[in-house]
Design a protein around this ligand. Structure first.
Ligand code: UT7
Length: 328
């Protein structure tokens, strides 16, 4: 049997500080009823502390992962971080994480695919295992969204939170692990969801700061329309090509942007809500971290051989899905 890349451990890190809907009522004109009924969010975590960036949360998640899986830092062959909130443009957050964790001189890099980042990074990391090149690959999804959220914009500041999740990938010859994946993108998404300032097109200047270009901007309704269709499409397409029915799927692991999008995806897949991993209520949208944080929260309920469908949609636009047979 061919080598598959199996997830053999998962860990999450969430900052302690909570920002509840009632806290937000004091900052912008909003209310708990609006936020919860439109999104499913009650509270989110915020990383506080001077000069702590995404790498801090990612490194904490990885340190816990190595401890849990009894893995020494020097055994890791490759580390990938999916993020839209890197500590810096360069060095990459993955480089910084390796140093903070004490993983010596391996290849490490970031992947930018917004809310689909974890699926992109997982699919990429898996290739190095499947080819036989590497034995232990760490894949992280981490975002400090509070660093790019405009806390005067009620249409976005209620949606996002901070967090990190990490998985260990190892070879499996019993048919367990990543069975299939899909990755998609459409750059016209820049018109609807973007952080415009600070890149090579609009480098940081007084003007970009005055125009608040260093914050996330989203046309919620347009993104919703794309998200609700594409996330369901990609989940359905991977099920069809692998001849899976709703009954065959043990869990949908969806990106946590909006409970209404998640419900629509589950409906399209023909699976009940009891099979849907959901933690949006507690953490909001943590971008690349939502899917590994779901796996972390539901780890104790997973059984060896369970069929999992991961599905995400996000900025770019990017969207994608993965079919995993759980390995432990
Ligand atoms: O993860 C990356 C991909 N992102 C997504 O998938 C997000 C997709 N979009 C969404 O989830 C939804 O569009 C939102 C949750 C962002 C917004 O929900 P919506 O039902 O599309 O609301 P809306 O933008 O149509 O706004 C409805 C009303 C507006 O007022 P008027 O014009 O009807 O008077 C908004 O100004 O709600 C108002 N509004 C708010 N009211 C209270 C917008 N934000 C808020 C708020 N509190 N925080």
């Amino acid at each position: 049997m061919s080598i598959k890349a199996a997830i053999t451990g998962v860990n999450g890190f969430l900052p302690e500080d909570k920002l509840t809907n009632s806290d937000l009522e004091k900052i912008v004109e909003t209310n708990d009823e609006w936020i919860f009924s439109r999104t499913g969010i009650r509270e989110r975590r915020i990383l506080k502390g001077e000069n702590l960036g995404t790498s801090y949360m990612a490194a904490e998640a990885v340190k816990g992962l190595l401890k849990k899986t009894n893995t020494k830092p020097e055994e890791i062959d490759l580390l990938i971080v999916a993020t839209v909130t890197p500590d810096y443009f360069f060095p990459s957050t993955a480089n910084l994480v390796c140093t903070q964790v004490g993983i010596p001189s391996i290849g490490s890099f970031d992947i930018l695919a917004a809310c689909s980042g974890f699926i992109y990074a997982l699919s990429t990391g898996a290739q190095f295992i499947e080819s036989g090149r590497y034995k232990k690959v760490v894949v992280v999804g981490a975002d400090k969204m509070s660093s790019i959220v405009d806390f005067t914009d009620r249409t976005t500041c209620v949606l996002f939170g901070d967090g990190a999740g990490a998985v260990l990938l190892e070879p499996n010859e019993d048919g367990l692990g990543l069975i299939d994946f899909r990755m998609h993108s459409d750059g016209t998404g820049e018109n609807h969801l973007i952080m415009k300032g600070g890149g090579s097109k609009y480098p940081a200047s007084h003007e970009t700061i005055d125009n608040r270009l260093h914050y996330i901007r989203q046309e919620g309704q347009s993104v919703f329309k794309f998200a609700v269709t594409k996330m369901a499409d990609t989940a359905a397409e991977i099920m069809e090509s692998n001849e899976l029915t709703g009954d065959d799927v043990a869990w949908l692991v969806p990106h946590q942007a909006n409970k209404r999008i998640i419900d629509a995806t589950a409906n399209r897949m023909g699976i009940g809500f009891d099979k849907v991993m959901m933690n949006i209520e507690k953490y909001g949208n943590t971008t690349a971290a939502t899917i590994p944080l779901c796996l972390f929260d539901y780890e104790s309920q997973l059984k060896k051989g369970d069929n999992l469908i991961l599905a995400a949609f996000g900025g770019g636009f990017t969207w994608g899905s993965a079919y995993i047979k759980w390995a432990y």
